[in-house]
Design a protein around this ligand. Structure first.
Ligand code: UDP
Length: 253
């Protein structure tokens, strides 16, 4: 098959032109980066795990009426998604203090917040994705007040869904990041959850042991990243084909 046209290559994914107008193929790489790409490694199996996990979360969101860009998974590493206009914001939802918030406010990591908090970073690697208040977002025209109201409402619904799914498998959703895209239908726009939802963009702690099952394993050298993601996938009943092939065939009478 002729190779498709590459549209964009990011830190963890490559986007190719899709088979039909308005579609894109998202290819999940094994590359891991942290601290604005200062730390880099190739983690075998990460791409396939994130492809599966993102499919699992996006289809779950769609099932409860939260629109996403996801169409279908194509193979181990690729999924077909709708082409969207990405709003240049990282939408972060926090349930417990961790990472940059814990540092900024001098809170112990794992402290429960009074309520879920939604915050925004401006997506710009050169600037290190700075935290921005809503007023900046509106003043610079990255999104309107109406968009922001809709984005907060989507983010909180995603949070409820993700927290519940994770709680069911003994995992605490500490915080996560999503990206939102616009899809134009004539002159009307619809906001959808885009990019990916995976342990690369969430903080996930085992409820009992507080073991990290997310990218902090890589950021902070806490062990094998692929093992942590495999554990999340195993608990959710989502594993890449290669891993499930290892099971014995069942005899059918
Ligand atoms: N996050 C992300 N991409 C980024 C920055 C943050 O996916 O470029 C996620 C991160 O994995 C965590 C949440 O957003 O789940 C909050 O991250 P934080 O602001 O604490 O930043 P960090 O500590 O990762 O620098």
């Amino acid at each position: 098959m002729a190779r498709r046209k590459k549209i964009y290559e990011g830190k963890a994914k490559i986007l190719y032109e899709g088979p039909e107008p308005g579609t894109i193929v998202q290819y999940f790489k094994d590359d891991a980066t942290a601290y604005n790409a200062e730390k880099k490694a190739v983690i075998e199996g990460k791409g396939a795990l994130n492809n599966r996990l993102s499919e699992y979360f996006m289809t779950g969101l769609q099932a409860i009426g939260i629109p996403t860009h996801f169409i279908k998974r194509l193979n181990m590493r690729e999924q077909l998604v709708r082409q969207v206009e990405i709003i240049p914001l990282e939408v972060i939802v926090r349930n417990y203090a961790a990472g940059s918030m814990a540092k900024r406010l001098g809170l112990e990591e794992g402290t429960q917040l009074p309520r879920p908090i939604v915050e925004f970073s401006y997506k710009d690697d050169l600037l290190g994705d700075p935290l921005v208040p809503e007023e900046y977002i509106i003043a610079f025209g990255w999104a309107s007040q109406q968009d922001l109201d809709d984005i907060v409402s989507i983010a909180l619904r995603v949070n409820d869904f993700m927290s519940g799914v994770m709680h069911g498998v003994g995992i605490r959703l500490i915080d996560f990041k999503i990206e939102i895209g616009r899809i134009w239908e004539n002159e009307f726009q619809r906001l959808v959850v885009a990019d990916e939802i995976s342990p690369d963009s969430c903080r996930l702690w085992d409820i009992e042991t507080k073991q990290r099952l997310d990218k902090d394993v890589f950021r902070r050298d806490l062990g094998n990243l692929a093992d942590a993601y495999t554990e999340v996938a195993r608990r959710l009943g989502v594993l890449p084909a290669a891993a499930t092939h290892a099971t014995k065939p069942t005899l059918i009478n």
